[in-house]
Ligand binder design. Structure first.
Ligand SMILES: [Mn+2]
Length: 353
């Protein structure tokens, strides 16, 4: 990786669409690393579509450290850019998650992927390209931990290491939901971050979110529109919810889990992409005990039907499907649930109050 960066002229660091604190803090820290390895290279961070609300403070923090972050919303923003030779993809499991910057990144000669997702469809597809992978989900619960390890193992000590450690800690806090899920190296990494001057309180403040009223409306609509099902896998009952919303589908899927479902799927028609986005969430203890995994056994089958791509973990993930027919996707999803269930799919039916 160091050699690639030393020889680079133009480096682009990219995150997944609507960067979260893990993705954005990782990108900012890498920007400093690339600068320290190669002062002559042009380096920039590109974020497709936008930055999550929960990232506002990290965004400001990075700007305070003179790290430029460019949000790419339209193709013309890319057309005016020269092609880059080296791309660093962070916290991204699927090409589809790069959205409008996907084609720009695919043209890079050297690709470095730093990521912790279990399921992924980014592979070295083009043999002429050099592609490097860093990270796995067993050892790392966030991309920030991997980036931190790379920085700590770098032979030069970066300036403002305490501040970088603070934003990376914010990334860890976000992805672990304040240590509700951790991997083997998480606590080691966090202890080392604290040793190097990370400010825990500041890191917590960096990820505090105030959600807009439209988020609350989306979650209410999601609950009103949802359909609930009971399936059985290896003798145990599993409650599954399916819903659709126009935005905030991840929050919507999490809300369905918090009211009592074991697995939730939320679909969104994406006007710009002319595609359907699906996200899923699962309850940790239930999903870990199941004999199937949601991505490979359910969602991937939808990707096989419609095309597209996706990725994720045992308890969270998503995909883009090349269709614009939400109803059709839901029908197929129910069919797939039916095929994995020992008792078929039983729908909960209640009269409206
Ligand atoms: Mn992450």
């Amino acid at each position: 990786m160091k050699k690639m960066i030393e020889n680079a002229k133009r480096v682009v660091i990219v995150t997944h669409v609507n960067a979260d604190p893990d993705a954005l803090s990782s990108a900012c820290a890498l920007h400093k690393l690339v600068n320290s390895i190669n002062r002559n290279a042009f380096v920039e961070i590109l974020v497709p579509e936008g930055i999550g609300l929960e990232c506002k403070r990290i965004y400001e923090f990075c700007q305070g450290m003179d790290i430029p972050i460019n949000v790419i919303k339209k193709y013309h923003q890319l057309e005016s850019r020269e092609p880059c030779d080296t791309c660093i993809i962070v916290d991204t499991a699927s090409w589809e998650q790069l959205r409008i910057i996907k084609d720009y990144v695919i043209r890079c000669d050297n690709i470095i992927v730093i990521d912790h997702h279990q399921y992924r469809d980014i592979q070295a597809s083009d043999k002429n390209k050099r592609i490097l992978f860093f990270g796995d989900e067993q050892h790392y619960s966030s991309t920030a931990e991997i980036v931190f390890e790379i920085i700590v193992n770098h032979d030069q000590r970066l300036d403002n290491l305490n501040e970088l450690a603070t934003i990376l800690l914010a990334g860890v806090l976000w992805d672990t939901k304040r240590f509700q899920r951790v991997a083997r190296n998480t606590f080691h990494a966090v202890a080392k971050m604290m040793d190097l001057g990370a400010d825990y309180e500041e890191a917590m403040k960096l990820t505090a979110v105030e959600k807009p009223p439209s988020n609350r409306i989306a979650r209410i609509k999601c609950v009103l529109r949802h359909r609930g099902f009971k399936i059985r896998i290896k003798g145990s009952e599993v409650f599954v919810a399916i819903s659709n919303v126009g935005a905030y589908e991840s929050d919507c899927a999490s809300s369905l889990i918090s009211i009592g479902y074991d697995i939730s799927f939320v679909l969104t028609e994406d006007e710009d992409l002319k595609a359907v986005r699906v996200v899923y969430r699962g309850k940790d203890e239930v999903v870990n005990a199941l004999d199937i995994d949601i991505y490979s056994n359910i969602l991937k089958k939808l990707v096989e039907v419609y095309g597209g791509g996706g990725g994720g973990h045992k308890v969270a993930g998503g995909a883009i499907l090349r269709t614009f027919n939400v109803k059709h996707v839901i029908e197929n999803l129910i069919k797939i649930l039916n095929s994995v269930s020992e008792i078929g799919v039983l729908e909960f039916v209640e009269e409206r109050s």
